[in-house]
Ligand binder design. Structure first.
Ligand SMILES: Nc1nc2c(c(=O)[nH]1)N[C@H]1C(S)=C(S)[C@@H](COP(=O)(O)OP(=O)(O)OC[C@H]3O[C@@H](n4cnc5c(=O)[nH]c(N)nc54)[C@H](O)[C@@H]3O)O[C@H]1N2
Ligand SMILES: Nc1nc2c(c(=O)[nH]1)N[C@H]1C(S)=C(S)[C@@H](COP(=O)(O)OP(=O)(O)OC[C@H]3O[C@@H](n4cnc5c(=O)[nH]c(N)nc54)[C@H](O)[C@@H]3O)O[C@H]1N2
Ligand SMILES: [Mo]
Length: 764
């Protein structure tokens, strides 16, 4: 068997490997100088916000915070390669469709607005004004504004996102499918129910004070590398780090900090996790309940022995509702159930609970390993329950920390990208701008796809992103896009969604975050973003734009808006000419943005107040609310065990990708090189199937809806992962993630628990 693609794993995350990879990235980008210049300004007070992730920035941002994947994101945007009109003239759209995600973006930055020409099956250049006029006239011509879908990817700035939602609501719909629907939706919903605020309660400084940090379903070594620095500092001063992850992720085991010269010279590294638990996919609610059970048992034992209590009785009495019911639910959950569903032993869970009990201050962080399951909201409620037991919220060094994905996904929600807007927000828009706002809730991602498939949606506008590849059943979604009257993509680089043109189709190229955005008078415009810690800060690009024909996202939205709804309510051109004016409108309609234009220009920006962090509970009960659900009757992993040859599959990210953007074909931390069509699987499972490393198989979707789903030609990689749970990369595997399986309440595709089987491919 050919297993050349399986190689050595990095000994630790970070280190010289990261530096080497950076150098390579900068060289390949063809723009080392500008790249390096850009790098030095990332996440600095007077530079741009790194488009890599939504981790917070340190107070003293004077020295560059090194981050390999931040460099990749910046270099990827700063490439010298260009997808020009000549490039498009030389290739039909059908031919471009044969390129992989990796190859497509490698073609470089888009330079001109383009319009699809069906006769030649090519994209041809179009004048901005003509594009706006045609888009406006098609949108005006729809019978009903609810027949258009307005997608947002989480890189858009607060200013672009606010202007976009304003335009769309004046147009008359709340159809705002956004990447959040596939990402942290469950976190927002679960936390709003539990603590009244759908955002994390901690600040970066809290990581300096926590005695224990629980990291659940997250791979920061790849996706939030700057978080590793904070975890490492915590580990070095003796804080315990407890990881829940079915896969042994390098960055959570050991990290060598490129900022630490002594460590780099020694070739040393720091152990990150003090406890590494490997649950089955979807087993976290059971695991957390098990820890709660252990905490309650410890409380009983302490009471019997006359020792001081384990629970924070004062917090429970003063701040919480539903504790008695929760205790009963925990008692009703047996250890047998917990062990079977989590895949962890009682002893392991008790050891983790012991860390929790002994720690005065605990932070719990999580990401997609928690949010992309059927029972994600229930799991997040359980995490909150667990944290309430010892009052681990609303005091320093403690709290809940969902680690966001896209660099401004949290800000986009804050400024109104929401298909279910609150009445307060709509009232504020109506009073301030004096137009009748649409009140009916709109479409999220899955509803938008449903509407495209049943013909009730006729237009799709994408503010960034790669809708057709990021969504489940991606081959169906591609077809759905092609049936529309209008598709518009505001983008920086070509991707597969652009190659699914409707009757009229436009690619509108915009400035990236790292590029200078000058207005008519030549003044540099500032945008703003909000990180996972609710810090809002400014961002101004420093690189020369990839093409003189680019417009900023704000200008593009203003152009479409002017052509569609005119300037009766808002003078779009005036707002686009000075983003301070947009911020004045945000300040006037959204709480927390007082004095926005002044505070934004402070070095670290400002913090949006989080009531729960002050122990003010904006829940119906006015308290922190325990939930008392039973565990799911059966998870996909448990069901898979009953089916012959069935497995629970999670789809995650390699070290060389940013969502659907594939930077390269290696996954250094997992020892895979030059290949993305792989399945990580327990060696005992391979043996039981009579299979070996490198064997080729088709992955077959086994969702119970009778639809045949096949991801062809994947190869096995033996890996340290529990038996029955397997893993492979998104977006390639999105063809077998079923649209019909969505999280309860969150409606998020269940991309971390897909039932599959394998079909051997002929050795030929
Ligand atoms: N370089 C880079 N940075 C990124 C991104 C990127 O693609 N590249 N994407 C950005 C975005 S939009 C997001 S949302 C974040 C994503 O950040 P992550 O959530 O870290 O992303 P995933 O790769 O999906 O990793 C999920 C992790 O959860 C684990 N996991 C999966 N299922 C389970 C489970 O049931 N239980 C437990 N306990 N663990 C589980 C997986 O093994 C994996 O380690 O990163 C952001 N930052
Ligand atoms: N199976 C599976 N599916 C998933 C996930 C998973 O873990 N598994 N994760 C989900 C998650 S968490 C998310 S957030 C979504 C991501 O879904 P999206 O946000 O839709 O996808 P991205 O890949 O981030 O978008 C990449 C494209 O954005 C454009 N772009 C880049 N920078 C800019 C910019 O500055 N402005 C504009 N206008 N465009 C820009 C480029 O053209 C690029 O091709 O995918 C989801 N899908
Ligand atoms: Mo995300």
């Amino acid at each position: 068997m050919d297993t050349k693609f399986i190689g050595k794993k990095s000994a630790a995350a970070g280190g010289w490997g990261a530096l080497k990879s950076c150098g390579k990235q900068l060289l390949q980008s063809g723009m080392p100088i500008s790249g390096a210049r850009a790098m030095l300004k990332a996440n600095q007070p007077d530079g741009f916000d790194c488009p890599g992730c939504a981790w917070g920035d340190p107070e003293h941002g004077s020295s560059f915070e090194f981050c390999e994947n931040g460099v990749k994101a910046v270099a990827w945007e700063a490439t010298e390669k260009r997808a020009t009109p000549a490039f498009f003239a030389a290739r039909t759209v059908s031919a471009l469709r044969q390129q992989s995600d990796y190859e497509l973006e490698l073609n470089g930055r888009l330079t001109h607005p383009m319009r699809y020409d069906a006769a030649s099956d090519r994209y041809l250049p179009v004048a901005w004004e003509d594009a706006f006029a045609e888009i406006g006239s098609i949108l005006q011509g729809l019978d009903n504004p609810d027949r258009a879908e307005f997608y947002t990817s989480g890189r858009a700035s607060n200013e672009a996102a606010f202007l976009y939602q304003l335009f769309v609501r004046i147009y008359g719909t709340n159809n705002f499918p956004d990447c959040s629907n596939m990402c942290h939706e469950a976190s927002g919903i679960g936390m709003r129910q539990a603590i009244g605020v759908g955002k994390g309660t901690v600040l970066l400084e809290d990581f300096e004070q926590a005695d224990a940090i629980f990291v659940i379903g997250q791979n920061p070594g790849t996706n939030h590398p700057r978080m590793l620095g904070d975890l490492r500092r915590a580990a070095m001063r003796g804080a315990r780090i407890v990881v829940f992850n079915p896969i042994r992720e390098r960055g959570l085991e050991r990290f060598s900090d490129p900022q630490d010269k002594a460590e780099m010279l020694r070739g040393g590294s720091t152990d990150i996790a003090s406890h590494y638990l490997q649950p089955q996919l979807g087993g976290d609610m059971a695991a957390v309940r098990g820890m709660a059970k252990a905490v309650l048992a410890a409380e009983d034992a302490a009471a019997a022995a006359g020792l001081s209590s384990v629970l924070d009785h004062a917090f429970l009495a003063e701040h919480c509702a539903g504790f008695a019911e929760y205790r009963a639910a925990v008692e009703a959950t047996s250890w047998a159930e917990i062990e079977d569903q989590s895949g962890l032993s009682r002893e392991e869970i008790e050891r983790a609970a012991d860390v929790y009990i002994k720690a005065e201050r605990v932070i719990c962080t999580w990401a997609m390993g928690v949010t992309q399951h059927l029972h994600s909201v229930a799991t997040i409620r359980e995490i909150a329950n667990f944290m309430f037991l010892r009052g681990n919220i609303g005091r320093s060094g403690a709290g809940l920390c969902p680690v966001r994905g896209h660099s401004n996904v949290q800000g986009d929600r804050t400024v109104g990208i929401n298909e279910k807007p609150s009445d307060d927000f709509l009232d504020a828009l109506e009073t301030h701008f004096r137009f009748t706002v649409p009140r009916q809730h709109g479409h999220n991602v899955l509803a938008a796809i449903g509407a495209m498939l049943d013909g009730s949606a006729e237009a799709f506008i994408g503010l960034g992103g790669n809708f057709a590849r990021a969504t489940p059943d991606s081959s169906l979604v591609e077809k759905a896009l092609r049936r529309l009257k209008l598709t518009v993509h505001i983008a920086t680089k070509p991707n597969h969604s652009h190659l699914m043109p409707g009757d009229a189709s436009f690619i509108l190229p915009c400035l990236g975050r790292t590029e200078m955005d000058l207005n008519a008078a030549g003044n540099s415009q500032l945008v703003s973003v909000e990180d996972s810690m609710s810090m809002v800060h400014g961002s101004a690009g420093i690189n020369r734009p990839a093409s003189p024909h680019l417009l900023s996202e704000v200008e593009i939205i203003a152009g479409i808006a002017q052509a569609t709804v005119g300037s009766a309510v808002v003078d779009w051109a005036e707002l686009a000419d000075d983003y301070d004016r947009i911020r004045d409108h945000i300040e006037a309609t959204i709480p927390g943005f007082e004095n926005y234009n002044v505070r934004l220009r402070k070095p670290r920006g400002f913090h949006l107040r989080n009531a729960a962090a002050h122990r003010e509970w904006e829940t119906p009960e006015g308290k922190a609310s325990f939930s008392c659900q039973p565990l799911p009757e059966e998870t996909v992993h448990q069901r898979a065990r009953r089916g012959e040859g069935h497995f629970a599959l999670q789809t995650f990210r390699s070290h060389d990708q940013y969502n659907t953007t594939v930077y390269g074909l290696d996954d250094r931390y997992r020892g895979v090189y030059g290949e993305r069509q792989v399945i990580f699987i327990n060696p005992a499972d391979l043996k039981a199937m009579n299979a070996e490393a490198g064997d080729r198989v088709d992955v077959i979707g086994e969702h119970s809806d009778g639809i045949e789903r096949v991801a062809p030609d994947f190869r096995f990689v033996p890996y340290d992962i529990p038996r029955g749970s397997i893993a492979g990369y998104y977006p390639e595997l999105n063809v077998i993630v079923p649209l019909g399986s969505a999280g309860e309440e969150s409606d998020t595709p269940t991309s971390k628990s897909v039932m599959v089987s394998f079909r051997k491919r002929d050795a030929a």
